[in-house]
Design a protein around this ligand. Structure first.
Ligand SMILES: *Cc1c(COP(=O)(O)O)cnc(C)c1O
Length: 239
């Protein structure tokens, strides 16, 4: 059976979109291509090599199956990061493959540290901090526990980044909340650094804020929808 619908991908259009994004985002900020949802329906298998051709070397996905798809599709030694779901029994696989994983609870962190010892490769983690979205993220006791576990793990755990999700930057109505989240994130990063935890790359934003709020870009931006030539909202476009 053949579907009557098809989607055509243009390498030149992608190159143009990425060039535009890099120019807006500016130098000194790393670019991470978000390819969750099978590259927003464009196909990880097709999209990842095209993006690599355009110089992209970092990809982020939601779950482990998407990460496996990126590993199969890639032609470079590009970086792969899981921002959301991975079953505990798949963590040793992620560590072995050198996939970076977001950590938002103590159990996952402990499982990664254990996997690193077993596999003989360091676990690459990005600590997700709670900054006011109340979805996932470490704070309070959980964060203190994570810090203790990281210290105990020594070279088995590498904190490659510290992150959060500034939500709702598509709309100016959320500007206050976004500013508060950003302030809370910057403070939490500074606290971690003061406690001797190497924080690596600080990252907080998706397309909307990366395009319109320069102060939120920090060390890395996670760009999904804008790569495909879409503005996150009309408001972002006119800003
Ligand atoms: C989806 C997602 C992004 C990318 O969002 P866009 O609005 O498509 O740029 C960035 N970060 C996280 C955590 C996401 O889930």
């Amino acid at each position: 059976m053949k579907s009557p619908s098809s989607i055509e991908l243009s390498r030149e259009a992608l190159r143009g979109n990425l060039r535009f994004l890099r120019r807006v985002i500016g130098p000194g900020v790393q670019f991470c291509s978000v390819v969750k949802g099978d590259a927003y329906g464009h196909g990880i298998r097709q999209f990842v090599p095209m993006a690599e051709d355009c110089g992209v070397r970092r990809f982020a996905v939601f779950d482990a199956t998407e990460a496996a798809a990126v590993l199969r599709a890639r032609r470079t030694d590009c970086d792969v990061m899981i921002m959301g779901h991975i079953d505990p029994q798949d963590l040793p696989w992620a560590v072995r493959e050198g996939i970076a994983v977001w950590v938002f609870d103590g159990r996952r962190l402990a499982a990664m540290a254990d996997a690193a010892e077993t596999v003989g490769r360091p676990a690459r983690v990005h600590l997700e901090l709670e900054t006011g979205l109340h979805r996932t993220g470490l704070e309070g006791h959980a964060l203190a526990g994570a810090i203790a576990r990281i210290r105990r793990a020594g070279a088995h755990v590498i904190v490659e980044g510290v992150c959060t999700h500034l939500a709702g930057a598509e709309s100016a109505a959320n500007a206050m909340r976004v500013q508060e989240q950003l302030r809370s994130f910057v403070t939490a990063c500074a606290d971690l650094a003061a406690q001797g935890i190497p924080i690596g790359l600080r990252h907080a934003v998706c397309s909307a804020a990366a395009l319109t709020l320069p102060q939120t870009r920090m060390d890395l931006v996670r760009v999904g929808i804008a790569q495909f030539g879409f503005w996150p909202s009309t408001e972002t476009r006119i800003q």
